[in-house]
Design a protein around this ligand. Structure first.
Ligand code: FAD
Length: 288
C-alpha cells in the first residue's frame, strides 16, 4: 500500500487541472482495500475513489480527504471461455486489446472510451449504441465500510443511463466479469478502427477534457442545445466550449477548475433561459 501526501490532482485527472488532495492511498490487494475502507469508516474520514480520472474534476481549493486508488495488481485481464475476467483498474483500451487478441466481440463500442473499467462500470459508460450494461455479467465489490466483499450480477448493478447502483452504495468495484462472444478478429479490429476514426474526427481529442461534460437531457442532445444557444467557442479563462463538439468543455491551456466550473454555470444558465432545459454535469465535481 502506497501513501502519498499533498497530491497535485491535475496529474491524476484528464482535465489536467484542479487542486491538491490531502492524501492518496494506492491499494495493491483486495485485503488492503478492505482494511483501508474499514479504517476510513471507523475514523469517519472523507474519501473518494478515483479510477483514471477521465470523468472527475477536483476543485482548485483541493480535497481535504483521502483519494483511494487501485494499483497495478488490479489491472490483470484473463480469459475464461467467452468471458473476460478483469481487474477494475484495467484501462478500457487494455481490455479492448485483450478482447481483440482473443477474438472476442462485444467490447468494440468501449475501445475508445478513456478510463478504467471500475469507472466505466460506476458510470455505465457507453458510446456508439453500446453501454457497459450490455456486457457486464458480474462485479465483485468491496463494501464501502470494509465489512466484506460481494458479487453483484449485472441486474443487481441496476444500470441505467450513466448510472449504476455503486453511485448509491459507494461500494468499490474490484473486478468485473464481461460477457463477450467469439468473433472474427479482422471484423473486431475494423470496427474498433472505424469508431476511433469517428471519435478523432468529431471530438477535440488533442485538448484535455472529460469528454461530454453534460448528461443527455431527456429528449434532447446537450451538444445540440449548447450549439443552438450560440455557445460554441464560449470561453472563460482557459476553459472553452469546444468549437468541434459543443458538448465538450476543454482545457485550452492554463484553465483552472474554477474556469471550467464558471463556464459550466454560464452554459447551464443560458441554455435554461433559451430552452427551459436544465443541463446536469456528467463530470463528477469533487472538492472544497
Ligand atoms: C476524451 C474523452 C472522451 C470520453 N468519451 C466517453 C464516451 O464516449 N462515453 C462515456 O460514457 N464516457 C466518456 N468519457 C468519460 C469517461 O471516459 C468515462 O466516464 C469513464 O468511464 C471514466 O472512467 P475513469 O476510470 O476515468 O473514472 P473516474 O473519473 O476516475 O471516476 C468516475 C466515477 O467512477 C467512480 N469509480 C472509479 N473507479 C471506481 C471503482 N473501482 N469502483 C467504484 N467506483 C469507481 C469514481 O468514484 C467516480 O465517481 C470520455 C472522457 C474523455 C476525456
Amino acid at each position: 500500500m502506497e501513501r502519498l501526501e499533498n497530491v497535485d490532482m491535475g496529474q491524476y485527472t484528464s482535465f489536467r487541472t484542479g487542486g491538491r488532495a490531502r492524501e492518496m492511498v494506492v491499494c495493491e490487494t483486495a485485503e488492503e482495500l478492505l482494511g483501508l475502507m474499514r479504517s476510513i469508516h471507523e475514523s469517519g474520514s472523507r474519501y473518494i475513489v478515483l479510477g483514471n480520472g477521465s470523468n472527475t474534476l477536483i476543485c482548485d481549493a483541493g480535497f481535504d480527504g483521502i483519494v483511494v486508488r487501485l494499483g497495478e495488481a488490479f489491472t490483470e485481464i484473463r480469459r475464461e471461455g467467452d468471458r473476460l475476467l478483469c481487474g477494475s483498474g484495467a484501462l478500457l483500451s487494455a481490455v479492448a486489446r485483450k478482447a481483440l487478441a482473443e477474438g472476442l466481440s462485444g467490447f468494440e463500442f468501449a475501445s475508445g472510451i478513456p478510463g478504467s473499467l471500475g469507472g466505466a462500470v460506476f458510470m455505465n459508460a457507453g458510446a456508439y449504441g453500446g453501454e457497459m450494461k450490455d456486457i457486464v455479467e458480474e462485479v465483485t465489490v468491496v463494501r464501502r465500510d470494509g465489512s466484506g466483499t460481494a458479487v453483484l450480477t449485472g441486474e443487481e448493478m441496476d444500470f441505467s443511463y450513466r448510472h449504476s447502483i455503486l453511485e448509491k452504495t459507494g461500494d468499490i468495484a474490484v473486478s468485473v466479469k464481461l460477457r463477450l462472444t467469439a468473433g472474427d478478429p479482422q471484423k473486431i479490429s475494423a470496427e474498433m478502427a472505424e469508431l476511433a476514426r469517428r471519435r478523432n474526427e468529431k471530438q477535440p481529442v488533442q485538448y484535455p477534457s472529460c469528454g461530454s461534460f453534460f448528461k443527455r437531457p431527456e429528449g434532447y442532445f446537450a451538444g445540440k442545445l449548447i450549439q443552438d444557444a450560440g455557445l460554441k467557442g464560449l470561453t472563460v479563462g482557459g476553459a472553452q466550449v469546444s468549437e468541434l463538439h459543443s458538448g465538450f468543455i476543454i482545457n485550452r491551456g492554463g484553465a483552472t477548475a474554477s474556469d471550467i466550473i464558471d463556464l459550466m454555470h454560464l452554459v447551464q444558465n443560458i441554455v435554461y433561459d433559451k430552452f427551459g432545459v436544465r443541463l446536469e454535469p456528467e463530470v463528477r465535481i469533487i472538492g472544497d
